[in-house]
Design a protein around this ligand. Structure first.
Ligand SMILES: *[C@@H]1O[C@H](CO)[C@@H](O)[C@H](O)[C@H]1NC(C)=O
Ligand SMILES: *[C@@H]1O[C@H](CO)[C@@H](O)[C@H](O)[C@H]1NC(C)=O
Ligand SMILES: *[C@@H]1O[C@H](CO)[C@@H](O)[C@H](O)[C@H]1NC(C)=O
Ligand SMILES: *[C@@H]1O[C@H](CO)[C@@H](O)[C@H](O)[C@H]1NC(C)=O
Ligand SMILES: *[C@@H]1O[C@H](CO)[C@@H](O)[C@H](O)[C@H]1NC(C)=O
Ligand SMILES: *[C@@H]1O[C@H](CO)[C@@H](O)[C@H](O)[C@H]1NC(C)=O
Ligand SMILES: *[C@@H]1O[C@H](CO)[C@@H](O)[C@H](O)[C@H]1NC(C)=O
Length: 404
């Protein structure tokens, strides 16, 4: 009856204003009256379970139907479930809270969510006294922890953020030095979850970078951070400590963090050591040890290289990660060869010892030569030139010797 009168009203409106209407089908007041309650939105995670809420005034003769876009999801009447007409997609994935139905709870549990479950569900709950329609919108979210990578390729340095599996399409933002936002192209694949990849060329840059990936439906945010430290300098054989500092907020005991050390070379990286709060410390390259001095908590994950050689020169990377962040710190190392230095030292010492002897010897030779000269003729300019070329260091002594 009500519907009929609304339709009449609609036709009347159309007749009065012939240019408006029709393309939308039914006028909106019809739906507004039928679904007077505001739609509830529920967010579920892919592969997990969710409860779609629905409640009604308790009474006798309870009938519950859950539908989605005309398909039957779940039915209950005569005090039991009736799933004969259930849409096969929902088989064995739905249930009502049977103990709570008589209290007016018609909520539906939907298990092992898949992408097709997204949409608007209608709960039709009736007793002899009253009928209720409630709409529940189910939104689905998926967000597999992203990864940030640092690579050297053909002499250029790149940062890449990847996410393999998200729904809906996540947002990616890059910032430099925690302030300026950067432009960067984003590659997207959809099969059917979204995979995204975004790369930044940071060749020769000294800035710190952040890659922020957000899922606005799940309200989940992941941050990848990257920075580089000043070059560590050491000499061959002199032990060197690679610092990897954690901030206080990383220490909350419920957070499971992993710390790993890599050596970055060309386009590949080699793991040196790793720590995970669920397992323990592992060293893969036995030239390195976890630093023993842990008096300062923030140095807890520093690595020590006992006897560095110039072959260890390069870039080292500390990776601190948890569910919603990754922090990469690049540490360049330069080892100066000690052989070169000790060779130079030996030379200087040898010279210090030998030089006076050589000088004395030369002075002696000159005196002898002067005597010879005096007995013959005075030296020609040519001869003097040749001598000063051959014995440049001793030139002063030569002249002193001549004065004597
Ligand atoms: C219905 O019962 C379930 C299970 O106890 C509960 O989680 C849900 O919140 C209830 N819903 C309403 C609308 O009361
Ligand atoms: C950093 O560590 C996390 C957790 O172990 C790992 O998933 C990620 O691939 C690592 N990233 C790099 C660049 O090594
Ligand atoms: C980066 O910016 C955020 C928000 O503006 C702030 O909370 C944070 O402390 C900053 N971090 C650094 C290292 O400056
Ligand atoms: C990366 O940046 C460096 C320095 O700005 C530039 O010389 C180089 O050509 C860039 N590489 C690519 C592939 O664009
Ligand atoms: C790199 O950063 C450090 C400190 O942030 C600064 O002292 C140095 O001048 C910078 N170097 C270049 C090449 O920008
Ligand atoms: C990181 O994840 C934890 C739980 O996984 C959450 O409690 C926390 O709010 C998240 N932090 C951020 C910045 O999203
Ligand atoms: C990296 O490149 C240099 C020269 O380009 C090469 O000598 C070295 O073997 C490479 N290292 C690895 C691990 O591929």
């Amino acid at each position: 009856m009500k519907v009929q009168s609304l339709l009449n009203l609609y036709l009347l409106t159309v007749l009065v204003q012939p240019l408006i209407g029709f393309d939308d089908g039914f006028p909106s007041p019809y739906f507004n009256r039928l679904f007077s309650q505001p739609m509830t939105t529920v967010v579920g995670r892919l592969y997990e379970d969710v409860i779609l809420p629905c409640s009604f005034e308790k009474g006798h003769g309870i009938v519950i139907h859950w539908q989605k876009e005309g398909k039957l999801v779940h039915s209950y009447y005569r005090e039991s479930d009736h799933l004969e007409q259930q849409e096969p997609d929902y088989a064995k994935r739905t249930s009502l809270f049977l103990n709570e139905i008589n209290n007016g709870n018609a909520s539906l549990e939907l298990r092992r969510l898949n992408l097709q479950d997204e949409g608007v569900y209608t709960c039709y709950a009736a007793t002899v006294a009253e009928t209720k329609h409630i709409e529940v919108e189910l939104k689905l979210g998926a967000f597999i922890t992203p990864v940030m990578e640092y690579q050297e390729q053909n002499g250029d340095d790149y940062l890449t953020c990847y996410l393999f599996g998200a729904h809906p399409l996540p947002t990616i933002t890059w910032t430099a030095n925690n302030a300026t936002s950067l432009e960067s192209n984003i590659e997207v694949l959809s099969h059917p979850l979204f995979s995204v990849k975004s790369q930044l060329n940071i060749t020769g840059s000294n800035s710190s970078y952040q890659c922020i990936i957000e899922n606005l439906v799940l309200n989940q945010r992941w941050i990848g951070k990257w920075k580089t430290e000043g070059t560590l300098l050491t000499t061959e054989g002199k032990k060197v400590l690679f610092p990897c500092k954690l901030k206080n907020e990383d220490f909350s005991p419920e957070k499971s963090i992993t710390v790993s050390w890599y050596r970055v070379e060309n386009s590949s990286s080699t793991i040196l050591a790793s720590f995970s709060s669920s397992s323990s410390r592992v060293v893969f390259d036995n030239r390195f040890t976890w630093t023993k001095d842990m008096t300062q908590e923030k140095y807890k994950f520093s690595l020590t290289l006992m006897s560095p050689t110039p072959s260890n020169n390069g870039k080292y990377l500390c990776n601190i990660s948890s569910v919603n962040y990754t922090e990469l710190t690049v540490q360049p190392l330069t080892v100066e060869p000690s052989q070169g230095n000790s060779f130079n030292n030996t030379c200087i010492i040898l010279w210090a010892i030998l030089a006076p002897g050589v000088v004395l010897g030369l002075v002696g030779a000159l005196i002898y030569w002067k005597k010879n000269c005096n007995s013959n003729s005075s030296p020609t300019g040519e001869q003097e030139e040749r001598e000063s070329m051959n014995l440049p260091i001793c030139e002063n002594q030569h002249h002193e010797a001549l004065k004597q």
